[in-house]
Unconditional design. Structure first.
Length: 177
């Protein structure tokens, strides 16, 4: 795929890649967008390094002393994701993936100086469900999960392998199997 070649290219190409990725995802159902991004960025290691993906896309990630799970701040159109500083690492990883889901699926290109906060991910709104689905799919690629479950790998080992909580893993298993 053409986009993958740009990853190691000049920095100026990255924002172009971001636009290309977003275009690539237009009209794609959210279930598939995560796997398209993993393939395009050639992310093959597990657990998926969600911080590296944010970095590749020039999205800053910071910790914050906040009660919210994740905050998404646009300054002059540049996004920064803030995760709760005292959240467990699996939770921070999910938060970053969830926020990237909002960025890919719901943000406009001309955002400026807007703050989004996610107190929890349990809302029934369609956008929240889409961001959760995106997060689970980018951290737990479906085809790999199916193989591990079919091989009767213990759940805690699968959760460790993907760097997710067992709660998120169970949710993903019930959703795709
Ligand atoms: Zn959200």
């Amino acid at each position: 795929m053409k986009i993958a070649k740009n990853v190691s290219g000049a920095k100026s190409k990255i924002s172009m890649m971001w636009k290309e990725l977003k275009n690539l995802l237009k009209g794609v159902v959210s279930q598939r967008s995560a796997e398209i991004i993993l393939a395009a960025l050639e992310i093959k290691d597990r657990p998926v390094d969600i911080f590296a993906i944010a970095n590749l896309l020039e999205v800053k990630v910071r910790t914050a002393d906040t009660k919210d799970e994740v905050l998404l701040h646009f300054s002059e159109g540049n996004p920064t994701i803030f995760v709760r500083h005292d959240a467990p690492s699996v939770r921070q990883r999910f938060s970053v993936a969830h926020a990237l889901g909002h960025l890919f699926l719901h943000s406009e290109d001309n955002n400026s100086n807007i703050y989004f906060s996610d107190a929890s991910f349990n809302s029934n709104s369609i956008m929240e469900m889409q961001a959760n689905r995106f997060a689970a799919n980018i951290l737990i690629p479906e085809n790999e999960l199916i193989e591990l479950v079919e091989n009767k790998t213990p759940k805690n080992q699968i959760a460790n392998y993907f760097g997710v909580s067992e709660g998120v893993l169970s949710w993903q298993i019930s959703d795709i199997l």
